[in-house]
Design a protein around this ligand. Structure first.
Ligand SMILES: *Cc1c(COP(=O)(O)O)cnc(C)c1O
Length: 389
């Protein structure tokens, strides 16, 4: 049987050299005693968890962060044996036993989780490593200040019984990407208070942490013992308001490209794609781009998304369909197979993930993270010299 050749249709190029350089740029922003946790949840924001985790560790990250325990266990199963891995989104019935056996650091935000950890530690016969998460104002996961003394007290009792060790205390910002937002100092003050309570009660955490990408980039007073950048490591700015990636010495890691599948002449007045929301004004040429919302191209960017084809940035004509969309080439003739570049670092005149976010009324996080499983990730290393620094 002959092997199926790799698809020519589309690819997401992942520049691991850029990722390593980004991790180094982030490390340079934090004090030498602060560690960097590379957040690789959601398949490394769509970039591929295992290759990105390995590259981040090569560049000096010492911790990995995931949302779910299954994501964390998958990193261990892939052979990432030594790095510390913290995961923070647990649901009752999740695999605490395996988490202990895999040496995960497991976040506890409430007493139900502490109950499950204690039972798992008894079954496994080994203490669990847990980190207590405080809700200092995000209002999502984490323990409310009013419930903190009880959670800390119960964790310390379980620690004395040898069932667990509290390795960290941490929290998460709501508005770190909005410079000067009053919630930032409020959360930071409350974090200090909740840390002080836990430490006075007897917790001796290895790491205290609260900084995501925007806080890592702009709020040094939030760095503590460890920072948890996600989006910045992938070379995307957390918010255009804060600056461009280049302003922070970061370079986008993902480029999304397709091969034009068909080019044809169309007469004036021809409707394009479902619903005919685009109608050609003049006789023109249309190019078919074989990527759609099943691949993560947002349907919301219908009529707006930018694509570099044949040296010019074109706009999605009409609706983005499940598997394909059309650009009006305005009479230009390009060969089928020509590259259509949806986004990348921007140096070739191509749009960026932020441009797609603007076109789809969303954030660049969502653009890169939702690139679908049908798009092969192709790993490249455009800055190999970064390895040697
Ligand atoms: C996703 C996440 C991060 C990383 O956030 P970025 O804004 O991408 O840097 C850090 N900590 C927690 C708890 C997260 O869920």
């Amino acid at each position: 049987m002959s092997q199926t050749p790799p698809p020519r249709r589309a690819r997401a190029e992942i520049d691991l050299g850029a990722l390593r350089a980004n991790v180094r740029a982030l490390r340079a922003r934090v004090a030498p005693h602060s560690q960097v946790m590379a957040v690789v949840k959601a398949d490394a924001y769509g970039h591929g968890a295992v290759p990105c985790a390995r590259a981040a560790l090569e560049a000096g990250a010492t911790w990995l962060g995931t949302a779910t325990p299954h994501e964390a266990l998958a990193l261990r199963a892939a052979g990432i044996a030594d790095a510390r891995i913290l995961c923070w989104l647990w649901t009752p019935g999740d695999p605490w036993d395996q988490g202990i056996e895999a040496d995960l650091d497991m976040t506890v935000s409430g007493t139900w989780a502490l109950d499950e950890v204690r039972e798992a530690a008894r079954r496994v016969g080994r203490p669990a490593r847990i980190q207590l998460k405080a809700d200092t104002g995000l209002g999502r996961n984490g323990c409310q200040p009013a419930d903190w003394p009880q959670l800390v007290g119960e964790a310390l009792r379980a620690q004395e019984e040898g069932l667990l060790r509290v390795t960290g205390l941490w929290s998460h910002f709501a508005c770190a990407d909005e410079p000067g937002h009053p919630s930032i100092t409020r959360q930071l003050e409350l974090f200090h208070t909740m840390l002080e309570h836990a430490e006075k009660a007897g917790v001796a955490p290895e790491v205290r942490h609260i900084a995501n990408s925007p806080a890592t980039l702009t709020l040094p007073e939030t760095h503590f013992d460890l920072v948890r950048p996600g989006i910045a490591m992938y070379g995307v700015s957390p918010s255009p308001e804060l600056g461009t990636p280049a302003d922070f010495g970061l370079r986008p890691v993902m480029s999304l490209a397709a091969s034009v599948a068909l080019v044809k002449n169309a007469p004036a007045g021809h409707g394009v794609s479902y619903g005919h929301h685009y109608v050609t004004e003049h006789e023109t040429t249309l190019g078919l781009v074989p990527l759609g919302y099943a691949d993560g191209v947002p349907r919301h960017a219908s009529g707006r998304g930018p694509v570099l084809v044949g040296g010019k940035v074109r706009t999605v004509a009409g609706r983005v369909a499940m598997d394909q969309f059309v650009v009006d080439l305005g009479g230009d003739v390009v060969e089928p197979g020509t590259e259509a570049l949806l986004f990348g670092p921007g140096d070739r005149g191509e749009p960026t993930a932020q441009d797609w976010a603007d076109a789809a009324d969303t954030i660049a996080y969502e653009i890169v993270t939702r690139i679908g499983a049908r798009v092969p990730r192709v790993y490249i290393d455009e800055s190999p010299d970064a390895r040697d620094h």
